[in-house]
Write a new protein. Structure first.
Length: 334
């Protein structure tokens, strides 16, 4: 059956339904660009679609209350599971894949990765005890009330793999670069919640994050890079990429990671002939597709995460390394 890459509105998302899906990718991008994911991330999402995935593009909603956004993403997944089955049935496509939660992947870029990390944390059985130890009592009560009002006490993304691209565990200063204003908002309780420090506390004390992969970029000054380990103390402390590598490398299944050439907005772009145009004059703007490795590594990491997922289900099977011939010798080094 011929694959037709076409986004259609479903619930609050945009969905490209694959006729023979091997999985479902739920994508959320970064601030501003993630508001129009079908435009700014079009090439990236189309390449993943052509690899055999149904794509759900979740438009970014700006707010300083990151808990509520993360929980809304979980609510959307529950709605879409039923909607996608019905649409696939009408189109004569495979529909069985949509009912099994294990077939869903989470993929984020920049701030979108923070929401995915919060959902992963909430999927652990000890999240309440950990939250109480990481935040003030009144903040914990607000979180519990938000989840209770959403009716999602038993819902989770447990055993659903996550691929984080240039993750930004945002603080108020990331959204408002004027430090005095950002600090004032934090003092009066109107800043970003959870804070970067609180989110790190959640991840550090959680037993999850075993099905996590990350792609970073060597010239990324927002999320950071693994090269930050050689820089001064302030840069090291502000590097979310470096912190996640250090924190998740000792898990039962260490984080899968690859650093590629590029800047923070590398995933953006639409195809123009043999070039990728990222619609951002402050980044690369235009680049030859022959130099682009992001989609190849993303596809391989998704396959490896699937193997880890089956390893968790059946601990008797050894994990195998997946390699794919994509015409680029660099990919064989994964």
């Amino acid at each position: 059956m011929r694959e037709i890459f076409k986004f259609r509105p479903v619930s609050f998302s945009w969905v490209a339904i694959h006729p023979e899906p091997k999985g479902v990718i739920q994508f959320i991008g970064g601030a501003f660009f993630g508001t129009f994911p079908t435009v700014f991330y079009r090439y990236f999402l189309q390449e993943l679609f052509e690899e055999g995935y149904t794509i759900i593009a979740l438009p970014f909603r700006f707010s300083f209350r990151h808990w509520s956004i993360a929980i809304d993403l979980l609510k959307e997944q529950e709605v879409l599971r039923q909607e996608l089955s019905e649409i696939a049935s009408r189109l004569g496509y495979r529909q069985d894949v949509y009912q099994d939660k294990a077939n869903y992947f989470w993929l984020g870029h920049s701030l979108g990765c923070k929401y995915i990390a919060l959902l992963e944390f909430l999927s652990g059985e000890h999240w309440k005890q950990i939250t109480e130890s990481c935040v003030e009592r009144n903040a914990y009560q607000q979180i519990e009330t938000t989840i209770s009002n959403a009716g999602l006490e038993s819902a989770s993304i447990l055993a659903q793999p996550s691929l984080l691209i240039a993750p930004d565990i945002s603080n108020t200063e990331s959204a408002i670069p004027i430090r005095a204003i950002a600090r004032f908002l934090d003092r009066v309780g109107l800043g970003v919640l959870p804070t970067r420090e609180q989110t790190q506390c959640f991840i550090e004390r959680s037993q999850l994050f075993n099905l996590t992969a990350m792609i970073s970029f060597d010239k990324d000054t927002l999320a950071g890079s693994e090269n930050d380990q050689f820089k001064d103390k302030q840069i090291r402390e502000n590097s979310d990429v470096l912190w996640l590598i250090e924190q998740l490398k000792t898990r039962k299944f260490p984080i899968l990671h690859k650093e590629l050439p590029g800047k923070h907005l590398e995933p953006l772009g639409v195809r123009a002939g043999n070039y990728i145009v990222d619609l951002n004059p402050f980044d690369k703007f235009i680049k030859s597709l022959r130099c682009r490795m992001l989609e190849g590594y993303a596809t391989q990491f998704l396959a490896q995460l699937r193997l880890r997922q089956s390893k968790i289900e059946d601990d008797s099977e050894p994990i195998k390394t997946v390699t794919t011939n994509l015409g680029n010798p660099e990919l064989s080094k994964l």
